[in-house]
Design a protein around this ligand. Structure first.
Ligand SMILES: Cc1cc2nc3c(=O)[nH]c(=O)nc-3n(C[C@H](O)[C@H](O)[C@H](O)COP(=O)(O)OP(=O)(O)OC[C@H]3O[C@@H](n4cnc5c(N)ncnc54)[C@H](O)[C@@H]3O)c2cc1C
Length: 501
């Protein structure tokens, strides 16, 4: 079996469905399209509290004229493409979609939502599993046009628009021989990904993406633009490193980059599921003490032909010769059906799941943080495994540099962990929604006793207060109270604002 075949056959390979990202239209059509600047009637909408409200024609027109990018209403030729997000489960219809083109546009959109007490959602890359970036009847602030990445190779910095995708960041950085931690599917948005924490194949070496965040430009609920960093409004800077989209709209991120040879030892080793006990037991003994350069973690899944496998995803971010040496015990294990670990371009791994996990797929996710891979956990991984091609077990390896950051240094508290374990479900038919969500939930319930807390970004449902924010929550409520006392930004793992009386 070769890599292409393996990638094609994993994870609902039959699913080719993909919605057109943003359908184009001709100039004449666009001029006649229903847009806010030409609104000829008031429109029904939904308030922050979920009540039915009416948006006045004059106010809509004012917004349309104030914003440089298009403000779309239902019937606009780009409206349907813009309201679609990655997870096909969410079919929502905002009253207005503002495709902003700079921080001034964002400020206008935020002020409009606040003044009209209108429900507001913020769309970066649109990958929110529970669909928090789109809303019914509210204003969707669409950041997709803010996708510019500028590299300063003298200071090794990347300046990244709030609506850029991980592919934009990786591609621009690598052209300069630089890199920072980025996630494993390249059409994911930098925005939501970073604000939640940011796991990727370089996190053992360089930390989470938030650990590489040096500063940000953010528009808060009062419409003001802030430039935050360690020295400038440090509480807000602390809160956006793990606190999600609760505090405002980030229009620009500034990241620390690191010198990087893009030719890295990387790939997959795959064994038949019959060898899973040997592979996972070995991993449980071996992982402790691995170098920070080595990212390696297990997965278990089933091909459409019914064959189940256990796989190890590998990336060695250092000298490949040293990598081969460190990997030798794993490579010598059992009888793999595929081992394509070799020196190859970093972007091969960074994009390998892009087309299998295309926009429009239906998906459910649940995860938990694990401090130790015990024999009991390995037993449960094996016993709970469900041989269904629509379900898979994955991990995001942590440890290394992730672990060396203090639990309270950022708003992301899950530092003292070795790995994140997840159950993901992918399917195509809406009729299967209930069955697949129940199957994902049931599988994960067996693993949950071995976890402590979870990562909100890879979670369909969750209790934001305790599981995700943990000990950071109380401080987050006070920062929220200062910058968003009216809880305008509530379409996220919501933090209750607490204001000092
Ligand atoms: C296929 C897939 C692969 C993934 N792989 C990884 C991975 O390898 N590592 C990892 O850590 N996570 C991963 N994730 C999870 C990912 O980090 C979250 O889904 C994240 O929310 C995606 O960000 P987004 O901008 O695309 O999402 P969106 O749906 O656009 O936004 C999600 C939320 O983030 C907020 N938001 C987004 N942009 C901004 C902004 N600029 N300013 C303020 N708020 C904003 C909003 O509150 C919004 O509701 C993956 C998700 C998917 C679907």
């Amino acid at each position: 079996m070769d890599r292409r075949q393996f990638c094609r056959t994993t994870l609902a390979a039959s699913i080719a469905a993909s919605f057109p990202a943003l359908t184009g239209c001709g100039q004449g059509e666009r001029e006649r399209a229903p847009s806010a600047a030409k609104a000829d009637t008031s429109i029904p909408a939904v308030s922050l509290d979920g009540e039915s409200i009416e948006l006045e024609r004059a106010a809509i027109r004012e917004l349309g004229e104030a914003i440089r990018g298009p403000v779309m209403m239902s019937g606009h030729p780009d409206y349907d493409g813009a309201r679609r997000i990655w997870n096909g489960m969410h079919d929502k219809h905002p009253a207005l979609i503002a495709r902003v083109s700079n921080e001034r546009d964002v400020s206008e959109a935020v002020s409009f939502a606040r003044d009209n007490q209108l429900l507001v959602s913020v769309r970066g890359g649109g990958h929110s599993w529970p669909g928090k970036s789109v809303c019914d009847g509210g204003l969707m602030i669409d950041l997709s046009a803010l996708n510019q990445v500028t590299i300063d190779d003298y200071d090794s910095r990347a300046y990244v628009g709030g609506g850029a995708l991980l592919n934009n960041l990786d591609t621009a950085s690598l052209e300069h021989g630089l890199v920072t931690t980025a996630g494993v599917v390249s059409h994911t948005g930098v925005g939501g990904y970073t604000l939640g924490g940011g796991f990727g194949r370089l996190n053992r070496k360089h930390g989470l993406t938030i650990d590489n965040l040096l500063g940000a430009e953010i528009v808060t609920a009062d419409g003001k633009v802030h430039h935050v960093s360690k020295n400038n409004e440090p509480s807000l800077f602390w809160a956006i490193r793990g606190g999600g989209g609760n505090f405002g709209v980030v229009t620009r991120f500034e990241f620390q980059l690191h010198p990087f040879d893009r030719n890295v030892l990387s790939g997959m080793i795959v064994w038949p599921i019959e060898q899973a006990r040997d592979v996972l037991s070995f991993y449980g003994e071996w992982y402790d003490g691995l170098s920070d350069d080595l990212y390696v973690g297990p997965a278990m899944m089933t091909m459409p032909d019914g064959a189940s496998v256990v796989a190890m995803e590998v990336l060695y971010a250092g000298d490949p010769v040293a990598g081969e040496k460190e990997l030798a015990p794993l490579k010598g294990l059992g009888k793999p059906m595929m081992d394509d670990v070799k020196v190859q371009d970093y972007m091969v791994m960074q994009t390998q799941e892009d087309s299998t996990l295309a926009h429009g797929i239906r998906s459910y996710a649940k995860n938990g943080m694990v401090k130790e891979i015990t024999g009991e956990l390995v037993d449960t991984m094996l016993e709970s495994f469900v041989p269904d091609p629509r379900l898979a077990f994955f991990t995001h390896t942590a440890g290394g540099a992730v672990k060396r950051v203090d639990e309270t240094a950022t708003a992301f508290p899950h530092r003292n962990v070795e790995t994140m374990i997840m159950v993901l479900a992918f399917w195509e038919d809406p009729e299967e929604d209930h069955e697949m969500m129940a199957a994902g939930r049931e599988w994960f319930a067996k693993l949950q006793p071995f976890t402590g807390g979870y990562y909100d970004n890879i979670e369909y449902e969750g209790d934001a207060v305790s599981g995700n924010y943990g000990p950071a929550y109380e401080r987050l409520t006070r920062v929220k109270g200062k910058y968003d006392p009216g809880n305008l930004f509530r379409m996220n793992s919501n933090i209750e604002p607490v204001t000092d009386v």
